[in-house]
Design a protein around this ligand. Structure first.
Ligand code: PEP
Ligand code: MN
Length: 363
């Protein structure tokens, strides 16, 4: 339930009403929108008659019941205003949100060694990315497949951040690793396979670092938003949703099916920013550029793209990884489209191979 205040409400009225609302055993949360002040009510509100709340003050404009099972994640909870996730990085704060340029996240599936991660970071930064992605802990279908280098890979990510100033996004798979992962990551990723790992969701919710929540392999939009609700309910408002393809019947020609309709659907349901990952969605590098372009046209707030200096030698997800040159080309191709939609940061001055001071070429 939300209580929308009139714009001419006197100072102190929201606090006074909030105190009275506690009588109903609900937790009031003040939300300052750009046009309105809204009090969100969390807890068991089903029995409360909105009229009773309306009578608390002449400065209450409206009392709206949030009918969706996800409350804090719902668009109503912010009275229709999109939320922004601002992430501090060494290169300055980066904002994920509908009224901001598209945030580019690029990097290998797994962090393999220092040389490849630093070289990738330098090249994707020069091409215009704001974040480096790379897995230290890898959720693999087979227990015999490369599981990630773990803690030592986190150190390599920290090194790549130091060299480039890029923000770091990396996955946490286990609650026991959260502290370690969050000490390096600027955004903690919850992978598709862990979308409904509720103890992990509660823990990242309580931790406070921004969270990238990937959609589960066969999760409905509501399952996904309920998972986001766990993080929000635990007190962390900084959640970014990532559509990464869902399971359908064709696994021969695409790894998953990119549900691009998730973007406009989510816009009607939630205020949270939306990222698209065309790499895991398609599974083949040749399909990534067109789906990245389509994602921009559909209104994505961010893109996550797997990039590897030598995809044929990658320890995971080589077939879907763009080469460094492929990523640079895609960035050039996406720029006019991003600019057309008014959602592109300035084109980097040059995407020619940058100087690589400490790093030799990989391969
Ligand atoms: C990843 O981003 O490396 C990854 C494993 O993605 P997903 O959880 O979407 O499969
Ligand atoms: Mn991957």
């Amino acid at each position: 339930m939300i209580v929308v205040m009139k714009s001419d409400s006197p100072a102190g009225e929201v606090e006074r009403i909030s105190k009275e609302l506690c009588y109903w055993n609900v937790i009031p949360e003040k939300l300052l929108g750009s046009h309105k002040v809204v009090i969100g009510l969390l807890g068991e509100t089903a029995e409360i008659d909105p009229k009773q709340i309306q009578n608390l003050s002449p400065f209450i404009e409206q009392v709206i019941r949030v009918k969706k099972p996800f409350k804090k994640a719902s668009l109503e909870f912010r009275y229709g205003e999109p939320s922004e996730v601002v992430v501090p990085t060494p290169n300055g704060p980066v904002t994920f949100g509908q009224n901001h340029p598209i945030v580019l996240v690029a990097g290998p599936c797994s962090v393999e060694n220092e040389q490849m991660i630093v070289e990738t970071a330098q090249r994707v930064k020069a091409a215009g990315a704001q974040f480096l992605r790379g897995g230290a802990y890898k959720p693999r279908t087979s227990p015999y497949a490369f599981q990630g280098h773990g803690e030592s890979a986190l150190d390599l990510l920290a090194n790549a951040r130091e060299v480039t100033g890029l923000g770091i996004i990396t996955e946490v798979m286990d609650t026991s690793d959260l502290e370690k992962v969050a000490s390096i990551a600027d955004v903690v990723q919850i992978g598709a396979r862990n979308m409904q790992n509720f103890s992990l969701l509660k823990k990242v919710g309580a931790f406070g670092k921004p969270v990238l929540l990937k959609r589960g392999l066969s999760a409905t939009i509501e399952d996904w938003l309920m998972a986001a609700e766990y993080i929000l309910a635990a007190g962390n408002p900084n959640v970014i949703l990532c559509e990464r393809g869902i399971r359908t019947f064709d696994r021969q020609h695409t790894r998953n099916t990119l549900d691009l309709s998730a973007i406009p659907v989510l816009r009607t349901l939630t205020h949270l920013p939306v990222m698209i990952d065309p790499s895991h969605a398609t599974g083949f590098s040749e399909f990534v550029p067109s789906m990245a372009m389509a994602s921009i046209a559909a209104g994505a707030d961010s893109l996550m793209i797997e990039v590897h200096p030598n995809p044929s030698l990658a320890l995971s997800d080589g077939p879907q990884s763009l080469t460094l040159e492929g990523f640079e080309k895609l960035m050039q191709e996406m720029a006019p489209l991003g600019q057309f939609f008014g959602r592109w940061t300035k084109t980097p001055p040059s995407i020619a191979t940058p100087m690589l001071p400490k790093v030799l070429k990989w391969g």
